[in-house]
Design a protein around this ligand. Sequence first.
Ligand SMILES: [Zn+2]
Length: 118
Amino acid sequence: MSKESKDIQIMADMLRQGATLTELPCPACSSPLFKLRSGDLWCAKCQKRVVVVKEGESPKGTTSPVLLTSLESTILTKIEEIEGKLREEKDPEKLQRLGALLSTLLENLEKIRRVERA
Ligand SMILES: [Zn+2]
């Protein structure tokens, strides 16, 4: 199994176990963090628990172009939709497809955030 499809598998498993995707980026790799049922934040990519010292303290300036922000929120909406589907879906093939889609969206989100911060 490739590293990437393993990541997808882990993410899909986490969603099935009731974890939710948050808008908080991982401080190490900037991929969106998962919130576990325990309330802990977890990065599926780094396989690490992430501790947020204070929410909303990231240096997200007001200089970000509006287009990027709306693009980001569009992608987040799609991710939420897929998250819901992933949770319901039992068919492994469909799960794989949804997982791949999720992975693409997460990558896009990362890219957007990278541009936003540059
Ligand atoms: Zn990470």
